[in-house]
Design a protein around this ligand. Sequence first.
Ligand code: GLC
Length: 470
Amino acid sequence: MLYDAISRRSFVKTSAAVTAAAFAPTVAAAAQEAGASPLATEHGKLPYQEESRTRRLAWWQAARFGMFIHFGLYSVIGQQEWVMESEGIPILQYELLAQHFKPKPGFAEEWVRLAQSAGQKYMVLTTKHHEGYCLWDTKLTDYNAAKTGPGRDLVREYVDAARAAGMRIGFYYSLMDWHHPDGMRCATDEAARKRFVAYTHGLIRELMTNYGKIDILWYDVAQPLTPEQWEADRMNRMVFELQPDIIVNNRNGLDGDFSTPEHKIQADKRAWESCETMNLGWGFQRSDVEWKSPRRILNDLATCAQQGGNYLLNIGPEPDGTVPAESVRILESVGKWLSVNGESIYGTQGGAAVSFGNYTNFTRKGNTLYIHVYFWPAGTPAAQWLRFLDPPTVVAVGGMQAKVLSARLLKTGQGVAFTQDALSLRISGLPALAPGDPVTVIACECDRPPVVDHHSIRAKWPRYKVGLSV
Ligand code: GLC
């Protein structure tokens, strides 16, 4: 229906204009492209991107923790963001949702305040999800929040709110598009591909041009085209020309600046960010009550930091932008903990451990090891026989690869005593009940960058030749 409203002629005209603009090479791009066909790919290895990566990633790697926001017409239904396809909703029906999509005034400020109180340092909003509806005032389709539905540029409201609070700004953008007439036929029809690529590059160009400095471009689902067909090199080159400090992920088919494990924590050799939901879905799901506990979230965050990665934690706001109460409760409790223990997450360097504790996690910064105790290990009946399991000595770490010089509770700064031998670091002077809620952090100053590796003690254990005759 909306596409009927835009006459075929004006659609083709717009597309042609966008194609022309998007193809107009800058001097730098022309130099890189000399002799290459417009579809030639160097598989994402843009010299500028390679050279500047460390600098561009620095703030993000120190930040460690961001907020993901899934918000769109699907929020009105409240059955997650794939509802259009998973329930097979006809496009003309789905479009009707726009008339009922009414974010309340100030919704974006509310998100920003929540991100701040959660200790999140950046935000990534779905500017266009697979449904194809653009949350900003684009000139390339009327299927957008300014022209159809709310009558407002929701991306502008988000950017303004985030920027006013000094929050870093990220845009999620889905390449896959279930609404655009060329969104699928582009795979088999070259004319459609050209139009759709021009449309896609044109939308990204708007996002990269009209909202000031943008910190992250978070592509998603490159289906149904290959990177060559998306002209993904040229896409990224345009992005860097418009936003030289931006970082881009790897979901337009190219390597990008960081990888994006989803629903799992999987360290990569390069920069990476694990994205995760607080319940089961990304987009608002009214009846989903499978909430993760703040302790689980904090442990995931620490695990990412331990391995040098970031954690992007999602909210799926209700159709008026209200964040579900349970998400608010969880985020506020995470933020309360970070306001006391943030030093053990922000600016940490990764590589703190090559093995896990049973109730501990580890992060490090310089020569400081942060021991995150997420299940307090007191109260075992075995303490009557193995006295070191009894408070006041309760936290032990096997296989510390550095000498501990001093230890303190991060929360209070109170020093704690410890002993250390070749096998174990045993921290004493601790109460029977966990001093931290829900996670206690003990900071240890060491004589060198610490690494925890309990596997290392397997070879060192004095085994007393038990059972062997010599
Ligand atoms: C997947 C899903 C999408 C979600 C995204 C978040 O690609 O298709 O719905 O937005 O993951 O990482």
